[in-house]
Design a protein around this ligand. Sequence first.
Ligand SMILES: [Zn+2]
Ligand SMILES: [Zn+2]
Ligand SMILES: [Zn+2]
Length: 128
Amino acid sequence: MSAKCDFCKGTMGKGGTCIAVPVDCDEADGAVKSYPQIPYGSETHHSLYEQYRHQFPSESEEKIAKRVDDFLKRLSIGKYNPADATCHDCGVRLGGFHHPGCDNEECPKCHRQLLSCGCLHSNGSKED
Ligand SMILES: [Zn+2]
Ligand SMILES: [Zn+2]
Ligand SMILES: [Zn+2]
């Protein structure tokens, strides 16, 4: 069984990519601002940075970045070859854009999980 993406008309879970669309986010002042979508593999892993910064408050930015890097490397070792990696949730290839609703997509505004961060404008999502 494979799910079809209504947005790009592609089949999810088969590699490839969705269509890049700006992500509309609600701003504090009530306005809606568009951010460029973050492709798979280009995430900043901001929540990881925050976690390590909290854990090691006296360390430099470089040291924290190295910790995040090492953690991600450990995660990926033995699991996949980065050259043919695909998103664990929506199946796009490395460098591709996630299909709407993917739980692996990073919010371009706050850099947390887009599905749960709450930034997404309710009427401006890919759902149309
Ligand atoms: Zn799609
Ligand atoms: Zn995805
Ligand atoms: Zn967000």
